[in-house]
Design a protein around this ligand. Structure first.
Ligand SMILES: *Cc1c(COP(=O)(O)O)cnc(C)c1O
Length: 398
């Protein structure tokens, strides 16, 4: 009996990908082993985070880095670092920003539920541009001059959500921001793979970049990475780490926290609730090394084979399958299944619901159900799970 079944929770077939709602990516054996080993001894977390910083810096080409509680935690800490820096009064007051600049500029088309993480630090978002392609009322994306025109004495920085087709390009936004001495915080949570983004996104000059640790990196679901400029990472670390010590004894690693910046030792900061454990840090670093060495790329052939098996098995079903090729060679393909609703007398939504309510529950990609389609994402599937998936798909699509 599965450990989840003992708790009365039914494990699912995950054909939806590394989404948070379904528990993220399965962790490789090396990562689980690292987690278990790390749990047996005690270490000061600031020293462990300093070691993490060295590893993350090496892999991303940045000055420094921090293991965070997801990319969302990284965004809150990154915003807190931008707002408060090493100013003890500001660190103490967040999320209240009375008396200092707290506006972060963001393109309206880049807003999402994840920007709550930035607002949680105390930032106020100032929107620029429109979403006129989605509203079918125009042809233009956000433009650099719109960011620049929104800068005032209250501006603290810029938030940018990275995607292949984000506009304007990140490097253009960074160049404009740096002309005004403003930092840029980038949400690149789901931008891996391609593996090259680990280096390419920070190489734009962006001051802080967040990546998810529980998606393709396949570390613990609760982890993430914040990397970038040393002074900002130092502030983020300070606002996250436990501060229950005496100034006379406090001796944080200089490479992570620059103690010369302080006349006193701050109390717990706004990020204290975004704790990551020693086990999570070690497991994430193990997963990051694996990912950076190309482990994920080696899985891609197997992913394609799984999807082809599903497509072949559905050849007689009341649905059409199409392989959606990735935008770069080192991402995975996805199988798109278009439901023949007329022949089946059921909509794609009905099929998706029936799959979730069946035994075992099956979750498929649900981003275009209203267009009559669902997706099979291979990243969380095994051979055994794929056999069950095929059986359930045939039952619901025949
Ligand atoms: C997944 C995601 C996040 C959150 O990442 P976590 O690691 O789950 O905290 C933030 N932003 C975007 C765009 C994402 O896709």
């Amino acid at each position: 009996m599965s450990i989840y079944q003992k708790l009365g929770v039914e494990p699912i077939i995950n054909a939806c990908g590394t989404v948070t709602r379904l528990g993220g990516a399965p962790m490789p054996a090396e990562v689980l082993d690292a987690f278990a080993q790390a749990a047996t001894e005690s270490v000061p977390l600031e020293h462990l985070q300093a070691a993490a910083s060295r590893r993350i810096a090496a892999v991303t080409g940045t000055d420094a880095g921090l293991v965070t509680s997801g990319a969302a935690g990284a965004l809150t800490l990154g915003a807190a670092a931008i707002l408060a820096g090493h100013n003890l009064a500001r660190i103490e007051n967040l999320p209240c920003c009375d008396g200092f600049p707290n506006e972060l500029i963001i393109a309206r088309e880049q807003r999402s539920g994840y920007d709550h993480a930035v607002r949680a630090a105390g930032a106020t978002l100032v929107e620029v541009g429109f979403n006129e392609i989605v509203s079918n009322a125009g042809v233009r994306r956000t433009e650099v001059w719109e960011y620049e025109a929104a800068i005032t004495s209250q501006t603290a920085g810029i938030v940018y959500v990275h995607a292949d087709d984000s506009r304007p390009k990140l490097e253009q936004v960074v160049a404009m921001a740096h002309k005004h001495d403003l930092p840029v915080l980038v949400d690149a949570a789901g931008e891996l793979p391609p593996r090259s983004n680990l280096v390419d996104i920070p190489a734009t000059g962006a001051d802080l970049v967040s990546f998810s640790g529980g998606k393709a990196i396949r570390g613990p679901q609760s982890t993430g990475i914040l990397c970038g400029r040393r002074a900002l990472i130092s502030s983020a670390a300070l606002q996250m780490l436990d501060m229950d010590d005496h100034l006379d004894l406090w001796d944080p690693p200089e490479e992570l926290i620059d103690q010369s910046q302080f006349t006193g030792i701050p109390r717990h900061g706004i990020g204290r609730g975004l704790k990551v454990s020693k086990e999570e840090i070690v497991a994430l670093l193990t997963a990051l090394d694996l990912f950076a060495s190309g482990d994920f790329d080696r899985q891609l052939i197997g992913y394609r084979r799984l999807l082809q098996t599903v497509a072949d098995s559905l050849s007689q079903a009341k649905a059409n399958c199409r392989m959606i090729e990735p935008s770069t060679h080192d991402r995975w393909p996805v199988l798109e299944v278009t439901v023949d609703s007329a022949a089946l007398s059921r909509s794609a939504m009905d099929v998706c619901r029936a799959l979730r309510n069946g035994t075992p529950p099956v979750y498929v990609g649900h981003g275009s159900l209203h267009e009559g389609r669902f997706q099979i994402n291979p990243v969380c599937l095994t051979d055994a799970a794929t056999d069950v998936l095929i059986t359930r798909l045939l039952e619901e699509l025949s």
